[in-house]
Design a protein around this ligand. Sequence first.
Ligand code: DQA
Length: 146
Amino acid sequence: MAKRNVLVLNGPNLGMLGAREPEVYGHTTLADLERACREAGESLGLSVEVRQTDDEAELVGWLHQAATDSLPVVLNPAAFTHYSYALRDAVAMRTAPLIEVHLTNPAAREEFRRHSVVAEVASGTVAGFGLASYLLALQAIAHEPT
Ligand code: DQA
C-alpha cells in the first residue's frame, strides 16, 4: 500500500534548535528532529517531509499546498502560535488532520504564550514532550481513518 504523505512544518527560530536556549528547548537539533520524524514515519507507514521557515508567507503557502492536496500536517507554529491570524486562517482551510505541536508546554510559560490562535482550528494539540510531541502527533495521524 502507498505510504501516506505527511508534512511536518516548523515556524520561526526552530532552525536554531540545539543552539537556541538549550535550557528551554534542549540539545536536539532540527536535523535530529527530522531524522526522528522520518524514522517514526517509516514504522507507521507514513512518508514524512520536514520543513522549517522563519517566513510567515512561506508557512502560509505550505498550508495552502496541504489544503489543496489534502495532506495531514504536524505544525509547530513557534511564535506565530500566539499572534498570527494569517496562519490561523490558513489552518482553518485544512482538508485533512492538522496537529499543533510544541516542544515545551506554552501553558506553563510566560503569559503571552498561554494563548494559541491556531488551537481552535487544529484537530488537536500535543505540547510539552520535546521531540516526543512530534512523534505522538505522527501516531495520531497514522491512526486517523483515511
Ligand atoms: C514553541 C513555543 C512557542 O511559544 C515559542 O515561540 C517557540 C517554540 C515550542 O515548540 O515549545 O518558538 O512553539
